[in-house]
Design a protein around this ligand. Sequence first.
Ligand code: KG4
Ligand code: ZN
Length: 317
Amino acid sequence: MKILAIESSCDEFSISIIDDGKILSNIISSQIEQHVNFGGVVPELAARLHLENISWVIKAALESSNTKIEEIDYVAYTEKPGLIGSLIIGKLVAETIASYIDKPLMPLHHIEGHIYGASIENEFIYPVLAMVVSGGHTQIEIINSPNDFKIIGATLDDAIGECYDKVARVMGLGYPGGPKIDKLAKEGNKDAFVFPIPKNDESYDFSYSGLKTAVINIIHNLTQKGETIPVADVAASFQYTATKIIEKKLEKAINEFKPKTLTVAGGVSANSEIRNIVLSLGEKYNISNTFVPKMEYCTDNAAMIAKLAYEKLKISN
Ligand code: KG4
Ligand code: ZN
C-alpha cells in the first residue's frame, strides 16, 4: 500500500511517499532563506513560493522512490492548523492528484502528524505521552491510537518556538532563532541571569509570554546602559528556564498518566536540552520505550503526515 503525503502548512512544501510503513522519499523545499530578511515567515510570500515548488517536489518524490503516480493508493495532506494560503495550496495539489488517479483523500492534522513523525523509526506502544513543542504549539498529549489524541495541556499565550524566535530577534540573532539560541547556549553560563518560571503548577498549560518579556527587558536595559549584551549567557539562562518549564510539566504528567511510550515532537524537538530532558525522564521513570525523533523528522516534513496516514489505515483494515 503506497501513500503520497503533502505537508505545506507554513514555509516548507514537502511530499513523501510511504510504502507499507516504510518511508521511500521525503522531499522538503524550505524557504528559510527567502524569509530571513523579514525576520520571520511572511504568509503571502510563503504561499507564492509554494506555487513555484510544487512541480519539482512532486517529480523528485516520485523519482527518488521509484514510484509511478498510478501506483499511489491514498493521497494524504495537512488540512490544519497553519497559514491559510499555504494550507490551501497543499489541499489543491492533493485534490488534483487524488482526482487524477481516482484514489481517496485523507485530510490530516499537522500536530498529530508531528507526533507520528516520532514513530517513523520507533514503534509506539500505547498509551503514548507526547510533548509537542513547535512554532505554534506547546502541549502535552496522550495518544491511545492514531484516532485517539487527548490534549491534557496547551498553549496559553506564546508557544515555545515563537518565544525562541522572538528572543533571538531582539538579540539580533536572526530567523529562525531556535537553533541559534540552542547553539549559543552551550557556550554560556545558565546561572548568569535568573528568569521567572510560571507558577501555574496545577495545570498542564504552558505560558511563555512572561519569560519572553523578562528576557527582552534585560536586553533593553543593558542596551540603554550602553553595555555589551552577553549573548551566550542570556541564551544559556533563557534556554535553561524555557526547558525547565517543559521538564516540570512533563514529569508531573508522567507520574499521573504512566505512559508506555514517552516522546517529543514538533520543530523545537530538535533542541538539544529538550532531547536530553525527555531521554533522562524516560530513564528516571523506567519507560523503556522513550525516544526522540530523528532531526529530519523534527521540523515540518511530509514523512510525518505519511506515517500518520499509514497508521490510521492500518487500524481501519
Ligand atoms: O514545527 P515547526 O517546523 O513549525 C511549526 O509547525 O511551528 O517548528 C518551527 C520552530 C521554530 O520556532 C524554530 O525556531 C524552532 O522550531 N526550532 C528550535 C530548534 N530548531 C528549530 N527551537 C529551539 N531549539 C532548536 N534547536
Ligand atoms: Zn510544524
